[in-house]
Design a protein around this ligand. Structure first.
Ligand code: PEP
Length: 251
């Protein structure tokens, strides 16, 4: 039985004051016991969030890590070991905004995935197709390539302590959401691809859906057999909305 996970990606949002407000709202949430909940603030607020959520069962993660696991001479980057040191337990790798805007390719994503694991962080591997790729009928090919490159580089065993997030690029921050059946088709393909290498790992790996998830759409998505929770962007900046999404994952 896979434990649902709902993770809030705060992206590049927040000030010390707004983060303090959000922490206050998160502390007041009544969260379902069977659901793992995490938030991923911008790096410079991680410490504030770790301290602010002390004693509340909400994990803290990061949105990115360096390709090198250890601290060192890599200006502007943050190492997975440093994230672990400040209290992170998971980290996004390969978010589409980084793939598209910053040109992160599959090889870099694999290196970040490996760096995260080597420091005990759970990598959340983001995969997803653009609208043009979907319209060209290439969704499963694109997602299969993004997932396959990590499997090829690190072996399927690397997914024993990892999460996959299917995030269609056309649904991120647009208000458009993949329908439950549309998302389920891709989630099932992701699990089948892993199952071809290891049935046991495929059974255990959590595959989150991300892309304009709201409280109103969450329950139908989370009701699908291969959708094990959500990666939530915009809606995670509102504690009440985020709490409702977490509760949908527990129902
Ligand atoms: C995201 O950035 O991972 C995301 C899913 O964003 P949104 O929910 O705002 O579409």
């Amino acid at each position: 039985m896979r434990r649902p996970l709902v993770a809030g990606n705060w992206k590049m949002h927040g000030t010390r004051a707004s983060v303090a407000e959000l922490i206050k709202g998160l502390r007041q949430l009544v969260l379902p016991a069977g659901v793992e909940v995490a938030v991923m603030p911008p790096c410079l607020f991680i410490n504030q969030v770790v301290q602010g959520l002390d004693g509340k069962s909400i994990a803290v993660g990061a949105q990115n890590c360096a390709v090198e696991a250890a601290q060192g001479a890599l200006t502007g980057e943050v190492a997975a070991s440093q994230l672990a040191d400040v209290g992170c337990s998971l980290v996004l790798v390969g978010h589409s905004e980084r793939r598209q805007v910053l040109g992160e390719g599959d090889e870099v994503v694999s290196r970040k995935f490996a760096a995260a694991r080597s420091c005990g962080l759970v990598p959340v591997l983001c995969v997803g197709e653009t609208l043009a790729e979907r319209e060209a009928g290439k969704t499963l090919e694109v997602v299969g390539r993004q997932l396959g490159s990590v499997v090829e580089a690190l072996g399927v065993g690397a997914f024993s302590q990892a999460v996959v997030a299917y995030e269609p690029v056309w649904a991120i921050g647009t208000g458009l959401t993949a329908g439950p059946a549309q998302a389920q088709e891709v989630h099932a393909a992701i699990r089948a691809q892993l199952a071809a290498e290891s049935a046991e790992i495929a059974r255990g790996v959590r595959i989150l859906y991300g892309g304009s998830v709201k409280a109103a759409s969450a329950a139908d998505l989370f009701g699908m057999p291969d959708i094990d929770g959500g990666l939530v962007g915009g809606a995670s900046l509102n504690a009440d909305e985020f709490g409702a999404i977490c509760r949908a994952a527990g129902s």
